[in-house]
Design a protein around this ligand. Structure first.
Ligand SMILES: [Zn+2]
Length: 437
């Protein structure tokens, strides 16, 4: 038997309209058309965010209407299917991501406009490709409170997210001759896990670039080539080091674990390498991984994401995150001065503030409602950027929280929506709206 309740029906309608990031106009038109039946004023800005307003708004619900489409179909279609595991009912799409992130929230937002007065709903565009909607928003919500509906655990109320920054450090190194008795190797990392540089930074996942930097340091080798990493915001999986190694350290290289490193001997045809001891020092000392925690949750971290080499010039990019502005600023200064002391040119490429914990009426009321529903639910601070972090910068006078139904493995073929959590989320949201509007 298929479960049935109103938000689920609306969500299944949303699934019929393809809406991958960059190509979600059809869903935008559909949302506007649906909302227009409920006596709302609809505003749209240039980038494509929509604000629906009804009565004298006391609270604004917010969600994004694009989705990460992973799947085979060229027309981005979604075929939802119900299934049960251990008496728990789930919804998943056949051979694509489901788009419950953030379609489940959109369904509840439309129904909130149908059944409640004095509220706003903000539908943002292209959140999944760099929070483009939030960054370019020009709409002016009137509510004192905003509830972001893009969290993925029904037992959590999120009240803080991390800010972030990108540092670029670059330096040119002298060439030095390679002594004749040195042996040359090419070493590639393999089978490293990688991961998200924010949400997974506490897992101590080995960083491919740093693993090779440690080998360089331990063998006192001369670097011939060194580069690696994929994205500045992910923990590097792949890196390559070509190194000339003194004879008394070759055994170290040859006995490196084969599951993590593939090692090839090179013909020693090169006579020069780079005197880049300070590069290795910088990589190993600048700070990588969790730098500070509070109650076992990271509140300051740094991830060396990419190392590039153009002949004698080496450049690396690191991304720092912090849940407190002061901590983050302090760390930037520390990292900058360490790198400048090693004569790197350092640039701060991007900076955005964290959404710091805020206590007030909104959190108090929502938290009370959540506690009554489930005494085990908890308050959470996230060590990654959220859309409400960007929106908080735009609307500093508005108070924010973030909640949502339980969604597993978003952005993948395995994305699943927990049906009972979806039902409970709608019930909780109705209680919250009753208390606030
Ligand atoms: Zn989302």
């Amino acid at each position: 038997m298929q479960p049935n309740f109103e938000p689920l029906e609306v969500f299944l309608e949303i699934c019929k309209i393809p809406h991958p990031s960059r190509d979600c106009k059809n869903l935008k038109e559909w949302i506007k058309q649906e909302a227009s039946q409920f006596g709302v004023n609809i505003y749209e800005d240039e980038i494509g965010n929509i604000l629906c307003s009804k009565g004298t708004p006391k609270v604004c619900l917010q969600g994004h209407y694009d989705m990460v489409y992973v799947g085979e179909s060229k027309d981005f279609s979604i075929q939802p299917q119900f299934f049960t595991i251990n008496n728990q009912e789930w919804l998943k799409a056949q051979s694509s991501s489901l788009g419950a992130d953030n379609g489940a929230a959109l369904a509840c937002m439309l129904l909130a406009l149908k059944y409640f007065n004095n509220l706003e709903c903000l539908f943002t565009i292209d959140e999944e490709i760099g929070m483009i909607g939030a960054k370019n928003i020009t709409l002016k919500p009137q509510s004192p409170f905003m509830i972001n509906c893009d969290s993925e655990d029904i037992n959590e109320v999120v009240f803080s997210c991390a800010g972030g920054y990108d540092l670029k450090a670059t330096k040119t190194f002298k060439k030095i001759p390679i002594p004749q008795d040195f042996k040359c190797y090419a070493i590639h990392t393999q089978n490293l896990l990688g991961g998200h540089s924010g949400i997974e930074i506490h897992k101590n996942i080995p960083n491919a670039i740093l693993e090779l930097a440690k080998i360089t340091e331990a063998t006192e080798g001369i670097v011939l080539a060194f580069f690696g990493g994929e994205k500045r915001n992910s923990i590097p999986v792949n890196a390559t080091l070509k190194i000339a190694c003194p004879p008394h350290h070759t055994a170290f290289i040859e006995t490196l674990p084969k599951e993590s490193f593939s090692i090839h001997k090179l013909q020693s045809s090169k006579y020069e390498g780079y005197d880049c001891k300070d590069l290795i020092k910088a990589l190993l000392k600048v700070g990588n991984g969790v730098l500070k925690s509070s109650n076992n949750i990271p509140i300051l971290s740094s991830n060396i994401g990419i190392l590039e080499q153009h002949q004698d010039n080496f450049t690396f990019f690191l991304m720092g995150r912090g849940n407190e502005e002061s901590l983050m600023r302090e760390n930037i200064q520390k990292q900058q001065s360490l790198l400048e002391n090693l004569e790197f040119a350092v640039n701060l490429l991007d900076y955005y503030s964290p959404w710091e914990k805020e206590e007030g009426e909104l959190l108090f009321k929502v938290w009370n409602i959540y506690q009554k529903y489930n005494p085990d639910s908890h308050l959470k601070s996230i060590h990654a950027g959220l859309e409400c972090g960007i929106l908080k910068q735009k609307y500093p006078h508005i108070h924010f929280i973030s909640i949502g139904p339980t969604i597993l493995h978003p952005h993948s073929l395995n994305e699943k929506l927990d049906i009972s959590s979806f039902k409970n989320f709608w019930d909780l949201l109705k209680k919250i709206l009753k208390a606030l509007t």
